[in-house]
Design a protein around this ligand. Sequence first.
Ligand code: CMP
Length: 166
Amino acid sequence: MATKPASAARTRTSSAAPTPSRSTKKPGVRLLAKVPLFAGLSQAHLRAVAALAEEVRYSAGRMIVRTGSPGVAFYVIVDGRAKVLRGTIASAKGTWLLGAGDFFGEMALLDGGPRSASVVAETPLTTIRIERTEFRKVLRDEPDIALKLLESMATRMRGMMEHPSL
Ligand code: CMP
């Protein structure tokens, strides 16, 4: 019968477990302590930051932020590598590689403008994700984190000024 193969196919499709491209849980203090941006915080402060964050894993190839979209969250890479692509994907100009300890997504959260670039997971990626309101609270409460963030942003700006063609 013509319907049999179709219904069999439907069953196979619906019974196959979907491969998650993103999974989320609360981060432990130990995970945060591994990251240079949070290094040096006391246990109490680490717990306070952990309470505002989530641990999010992405599979390779997943786009995490897209050029031009509004900023929702800030990310710190705990494990894996990501690519920063300037412009649209089709006409991407510069590519910067980010690895463990690097962060992204701060610009749109700081100035309220759109995302300046797209960020794509190059390998399976473990991140600490902090949403906009919580990110701004962390910067207000933890001046050492704000200072480290500014230092890294200055280094990035220097790199872009030294290699403007990228
Ligand atoms: P945001 O604009 O919110 O979203 C895209 C992110 O890409 C941006 O924040 C930065 O975190 C990151 N990014 C932009 N330009 C560079 C760069 N030159 N080097 C590294 N990361 C960058």
